[in-house]
Design a protein around this ligand. Structure first.
Ligand SMILES: Nc1ncnc2c1ncn2[C@@H]1O[C@H](COP(=O)(O)OP(=O)(O)OP(=O)(O)O)[C@@H](O)[C@H]1O
Ligand SMILES: [Mg+2]
Length: 508
């Protein structure tokens, strides 16, 4: 009797569960939103009494309605590593460089994760709600639901969530497509797209790297070591109480590889690049806003700082009367206010950005200035602490040439190298010129042809330099002769005057 009753009970339970499961998709699809919410609310309250599992939801709706929630995106990235291993339905998208397919969890799918022996389930959900905005009837909310046994509440809340966020961010940084930002509005975009946008961006795909930069190997290694040490020094900067940032000043004649080196630095560290065009910045306030918008793991670049603004000596001449000290705090308040009012970026504004409170937001960032004329810059701008490392990129020497010859022609030795070494010791040529000469111009150009072109260019540069020197010497000689002539004339005049005086006295 009992088994028959049990069997009947079991059959009716399975039949009802089965019909609920069959009807569920129709219910999801055709049930009015209000009724569904009502139904959900009460089933959740009833089941939560008996359910030993806890749910945490990560919704994609952020407080800023035009931006997806950071926590949701981080969970999505974290799960992109787990989903392909166990989920039954996956979503495919083209990822970085458009060369690789990235898989993620499709809607209403569950994956299992394990943390310190504890099982955790992640389910992706999609909900349709009444819109918060009158012009849209419904809006879709995506979310990830984390489910775990209530026994592990402390472990999950205190450790697992931190682990998910940390790993998700690390994967995000590894997989992200790096960007080059500029503060000049994108002229191709319609005006309303540029409104309120401080930086516009494109993908950063510069191929430069340190192996290919023509520089002597020791200097190159020193720069690479410095950069890598910086990128691993989070704890050290925290310990000494300094913002995690470092300033580099790259100086040298045009075509010596300053911009190329910035690209190589960004590629080495995996940073984004913010190319700040100072002349397009309205005032110090806008400069601060721009800086706040930048993210960590980035390089803020100001190219040709000497040309960007009238920074050179401006502050020095103003402060000269009151103080010789270069520190920004020493600028008299009234003068600083006048500077602020003058509706443009000022030296003190820029110094505040480099080492003021603004620079501390974000962390892990490099600030790089480039210039062709180091001597033109205000010493306050380039002192240690602001520009911590000064790197001179100069004319091409033989060691640097060997790197370029290897890159461009795949040559490590050649009989013409001796002549090139001698000529490089006697004259100046920029790495940009050397690179240009080493590049084959037609399919018939071989290494011999390229090296001969370079030797010819070096000889011409040497001749030009000799001619210039001759002209300068001639000018100097002429000036010296003029000076001597002037002195002689002055002496004769003085002698004449003395004679006249003596004669006058004698007659008296
Ligand atoms: N040291 C170098 N190693 C390899 N290539 C170089 C080097 N210097 C210059 N070049 C080549 O020359 C070209 C110009 O270099 P780059 O723009 O980096 O010079 P720059 O110092 O920034 O010049 P400017 O002061 O005019 O901005 C680049 O395309 C690069 O390929
Ligand atoms: Mg440049």
């Amino acid at each position: 009797m009992l088994p028959t009753t049990l069997t009947m009970l079991w059959t009716s339970v399975t039949a009802s569960v089965g019909s609920i499961l069959v009807l569920l998709p129709f219910f999801e699809r055709y049930c009015p939103v209000g009724l569904r919410q009502y139904f959900d609310k009460y089933t959740t309250i009833i089941t939560s009494y008996f359910n030993p599992y806890i749910d945490i939801s990560f919704s994609d709706v952020s407080e800023l309605w035009f931006k997806r929630s950071d926590a949701y995106l981080t969970v999505e990235t974290y799960l992109s590593n787990k989903a392909p291993k166990s989920a039954k339905r996956l979503k495919a998208e083209l990822g970085k460089d458009c060369s690789k397919v990235v898989l993620s969890l499709d809607v209403h799918q569950t994956v299992l994760d394990e943390f310190r022996g504890v099982k955790i389930w992640w389910t992706s959900k999609k909900e349709v709600n009444r819109s918060r905005f009158s012009y849209r009837d419904e809006e879709t909310t995506m979310s990830y639901m984390l489910t775990f046994h209530k026994r592990y509440r402390d472990l999950i809340i205190e450790s697992y969530l931190e682990h998910v966020m940390k790993e998700g961010k690390e994967i995000g940084v590894r997989n992200r497509q790096r960007k080059l930002y500029t503060n000049c509005p994108n002229e191709k975009s319609p005006w309303y797209m540029n409104r309120g946008i401080m930086w516009s961006s494109i993908f950063f795909e510069h191929p430069a790297n340190f192996e290919r930069i023509g520089l002597d190997p020791e200097t190159k290694q020193e720069i690479v070591d410095d950069l890598l040490t910086f990128s691993k020094s989070k704890d050290y900067y925290e310990k000494i109480g300094k913002p995690w940032k470092r300033g580099y000043l790259l100086h040298g004649p045009p075509g010596t590889g300053k911009s190329t080196m910035i690209a190589a630095m960004a590629n080495l560290l995996g940073y984004d690049v913010y190319d700040l065009e100072l002349t397009a910045v309205k005032d110090n306030t806008e400069l601060r806003k721009l800086l706040i918008e930048t993210t960590a793991k980035s390089i803020l670049v100001i190219e040709d700082i000497d040309c960007s603004l009238d920074l050179t000596g401006q502050r020095k001449s103003k402060t000269k009367k009151s103080s010789d000290d270069d520190d920004v705090n020493e600028i008299p308040k009234k003068e600083a206010k006048e500077e602020e009012k003058s509706n443009k970026v000022t030296l003190s504004g820029l110094l505040n950005v480099i080492d003021g409170l603004w620079s501390a937001c974000g962390g892990e960032r490099l600030i790089i200035f480039t210039t062709n004329f180091l001597e033109k810059l205000d010493p306050a701008l380039i002192r240690s602490g602001r520009m911590d490392k000064h790197i001179e990129l100069s004319y091409c020497k033989f060691e640097a040439f060997k790197v370029l010859a290897k890159n461009y022609l795949d040559l490590e030795k050649h009989p013409m190298f001796d002549t090139i070494q001698r000529l490089m010791g006697e004259t100046n040529i920029t790495p940009a010129d050397v690179a240009e000469k080493l590049m084959p111009k037609s399919s018939s150009d071989d290494a011999n042809k390229c090296l001969s072109t370079l030797i010819q260019a070096l000889e011409e540069a040497k001749e030009k330099a000799a001619e210039k020197k001759d002209e300068e010497d001639k000018l100097k000689e002429e000036e010296a002769a003029k000076k001597k002539d002037g002195e002689l004339k002055l002496n004769v005049k003085e002698n004449d005057e003395v004679k006249v005086k003596e004669e006058d006295q004698a007659t008296k």
